[in-house]
Design a protein around this ligand. Sequence first.
Ligand SMILES: Cc1ncc(COP(=O)(O)OP(=O)(O)O)c(N)n1
Ligand SMILES: Cc1nc(C(=O)O)sc1CCOP(=O)(O)O
Ligand SMILES: [Mg+2]
Length: 509
Amino acid sequence: MNKVVWTIAGSDSGGGAGIQADVKAMQSFGIHTCTVVTALTAQNSMGVEAINPVGVEIIASQLKALEQDMPASVIKIGMLANEEQIKFIAQRIQEYKTTWACKPIIIYDPVVVASSGENLTEDDVIPALKEHLLPLIDVLTPNTKETQSLTGVYLIGPSAVRDAATTFFKIGIKSVVIKGGHWDYPQGYCIDFCQSSADLGTEYWLGNKTLPVPHSHGTGCSFASVIAACLAHEYPLKDAFILAKAYINQGLKAAKRFGQGIGPVAHCGFPENKDDFPQVIEPDSFLGLELDLDPVSAHPPAMEFAKCDSLKLGLYPVVDTVSWLETCLVNGIKTIQLRIKDYLAPDLETKIEQAVALGHKYQANVYINDHWQLAIKHKAYGVHLGQEDLYLADLAAIKMSGLRLGLSTHGFYEMLRADNYKPSYLAFGAIYSTTTKDMTGQIQGLEKLKHFVPLMKSYPTVAIGGIDLSRAKEVAHTGVGSIAVVRAITESEDPALAIEKLQTEISCE
Ligand SMILES: Cc1ncc(COP(=O)(O)OP(=O)(O)O)c(N)n1
Ligand SMILES: Cc1nc(C(=O)O)sc1CCOP(=O)(O)O
Ligand SMILES: [Mg+2]
């Protein structure tokens, strides 16, 4: 089924914000947008001349037409012009949430004040918003001013941002993305925050230098629309968050003036340039320290690991015994991983020692999964770690020992987080579903892999998860430099033949 998102928002006659921005931003992410217009604002690049709200009976007729034919998986709400509209939309959203077979995700960008500073509502709507609409919202995307108006919390630093998020959660909002575009803390940076009430222990902070560009009309609407589009594609919120930020950075850099005043953010398609992506803020990074985030790693930070011999690592078996490792090496494999998940496995150290020795014997590069201390001790070629290991392992010790570091990533956010460490290679998974490991909610698919590979083209890249002979060619066709497999070799009747055929499929690309 093709994805449909509704936007319930105001029309901007100037073409830069509101419904017009929403349609363009969602189009960039391959989404079909249905529109429910709440107001016909008369505005241009200089300001708002009139609001012209649409009566609720007209809003009702637009909704009715869509309900019958094109129900949405995600509904994005923008400008609501008065209390009557707020109450009406809240009542409809409540109805959709209780009666639709697939409950829609509701994202609300609380457009109360235009970027020009002008009021976009007829009256003080904040009490009505808090009572009727906000408790129904899955993702709220307020800017600094809107956060302050809705929560009463003055955003003077990171702990105030957290307090504001907690205030929103108490109202019933499930997730918040608090935009720091007007925050200027630390000075010269734009910092954004994301958190969900279901996972209060996890915070996502993104940051980049403030872009000194004058044309920024429609950034709020476009940002929320990209999040809506990504959620419709079932991306996790953290990936939607980072893509929305990259989309806006890309659009700000390309923005142009059309009238005499502030021009609209440009709409340039799916972000493909790593320079447009923000930094994932780690607690021990410069921005993390400036923000006073609590340190989480017991070890000193480290980045820039030893380089791999080549950008293309080729067929990369991941095996759990020394015997399998040798079988692969005998059959010409040059990059391989020993992945023993049982930390109490008998003779674990001996097995790692043997794996390293076999690597030398067959002139192949052996990576050790997880057991970085033993990998250092026995001078393996490299270590493969997951995201959860980044605060646990002594990365500085791995770097000092000259071992390569491969990092797992699952999606855009984790990929940019891994980029902070400048590892030796990046693995993208799980491309397809797999029975080797529980990857529920982390299946990326080929389309995302097509974005990951060019974004991270400065690294050797590896695709993993559910790849077999029938899929190897399409995966290799994305340009990824290596294909990591478990079952495609270990469950084949003839491992030597499986290796040969997989090598052939990959080398054709
Ligand atoms: C090449 C490659 N990619 C990804 C993984 C997964 O590593 P990780 O996330 O650390 O999970 P476990 O393998 O430890 O379960 C990998 N091992 N190799
Ligand atoms: C070990 C592992 N890591 C993954 C990740 O996505 O990080 S997927 C995966 C299992 C790969 O096994 P198979 O080739 O049998 O599907
Ligand atoms: Mg691991």
